[in-house]
Ligand binder design. Structure first.
Ligand code: GN1
Ligand code: MG
Length: 366
């Protein structure tokens, strides 16, 4: 009941916000959409002189993204840059997200509660998947992210805003984990002893990417930072990776963060929500195809150091996700959306199982 009441009021806010964007036609309907863990998403249907057109609306989570104005400045620059590179190609308006401006001219609007909303064209005829179904699909996903990075490699200055400072910084993630462990605010540490021990044992190894960035051995580039596979839209007709979505965390980093998140999500035979850990297994064939696809686009700009660290990047990003799920569990589930007690601990266990499977493959010489 509580949830239904909240949904209704959220939908009312979404409707009011939607009407504040410079969208032609009559608003027919607006309803919640999709399952992101961070933002609230809605889809609207408009009658534009007799044709039905859909738009997406998101309330930006301003606890997670404390400067939505800067975030939307990044978003608008990045999407305009990609759009300029694909002018004249078939399906031009489906190859990147297209921001709709508010009537004020800004790329966002505020609601009565102070919430921040954005709108963009609904990309029709694509699908987002949680688990890859074939090595060919893995190859396609790899090439999609390689192309995205290549398209943004020449983004003109200024440097993009850091929408979440230290997002993939293992040092600060560990500091927060140890703080949660020390205060144990909801008394959950005892029930997570094994996972805590895993984090303590793996801390040093986990520092490889952040130290590489800090020392300059790994170059800073524009990357996406959240390339779990369901953020990459596959064209229904051709199967091609058409559009990279969820651009909130596009900011400076190492491209290995993106490759790592792809390995984490594409090369596991089960998604991160799977609780049957026997199903969570690293698949070498998907890995080989993914990296071949990625390098078909990224070979032009990757350094030798970056190439060598690709397998380790998969382990590193899986590790940081396990650590973040565990920290949120210890803190009382404030960050990720959860739907049952222990949900974040289950996610952490899934990610640790994947690391163990990945380690077996790395030992065998991926
Ligand atoms: C979040 O926004 P969404 O659901 O695509 C998270 C990612 C995690 C992911 C785990 C801003 O991604 O870092 O990998 O959940 N995004 C943020 O599913 O924290
Ligand atoms: Mg996201």
């Amino acid at each position: 009941m509580g949830i239904a009441v909240q949904d209704t009021s959220q939908t009312a806010l979404a409707r009011a916000a939607a009407l504040d964007f410079a969208i032609y036609g009559d608003l027919e309907s607006i309803a919640p959409f999709g399952g992101g863990l961070i933002n609230h998403t809605f889809v609207s249907v408009w009658d534009q002189a007799g044709t039905r057109v859909r738009y997406l609306h998101q309330r930006i989570n301003d606890k997670v993204f404390t400067r939505p104005d800067q975030l939307m400045e990044n978003f608008a620059r990045v999407t305009a840059h990609i759009a300029a590179k694909t002018v004249g190609m078939p399906d031009h308006s489906r190859r990147t997200l297209t921001v709709v401006k508010a009537r004020s001219g800004l790329p966002y609007t505020r609601d009565a509660e102070g919430g921040w909303w954005r709108a963009y064209l609904f990309v029709e005829g694509v699908r987002a998947k949680d688990v890859a179904s074939s090595p060919e699909e893995a190859r396609v996903l790899g090439s999609g992210v390689g192309r995205f990075q290549k398209q943004l490699a020449d983004l003109p200055p200024p440097r993009l805003h850091e929408t979440i400072p230290n997002f993939h910084n293992m040092e600060t993630r560990y500091a927060r984990f140890y703080a949660a462990l020390a205060s144990d605010p909801v008394k959950r540490a005892h029930g997570a002893r094994e996972e805590i021990a895993f984090m303590e044992a793996n801390e040093e190894r986990g520092m490889i990417l952040i130290r590489g960035l800090q020392s300059g051995r790994l170059p800073e580039r524009v990357c996406h930072n959240d390339t779990k596979m369901n953020n990459i839209f596959l064209d229904d007709a051709s199967g091609e990776a058409l559009c990279v979505a969820d651009l909130d965390t596009v900011m400076p980093g190492t491209v290995l963060f993106d490759v790592g998140d792809l390995i984490r999500t594409v090369c596991s035979r089960a998604g991160e929500e799977e609780r049957d850990l026997a199903k969570v297994a690293f698949d070498q064939r998907f890995f080989d195809a993914l990296i071949a696809g990625y390098c078909s686009e990224a070979d032009d700009f990757l350094t030798e150091e970056e190439k060598c660290l690709i397998p380790e990047a998969g382990r590193n990003i899986t590790h940081i996700m396990a650590l973040r799920f565990l920290t949120d569990y210890l803190e009382g589930d404030h960050y990720y959306a959860t739907s049952r007690p222990g949900h974040n601990l289950d996610r952490c266990r899934n990610q640790i199982a994947l690391i163990q499977s990945l380690d077996a493959a790395l030992r065998a010489g991926v």
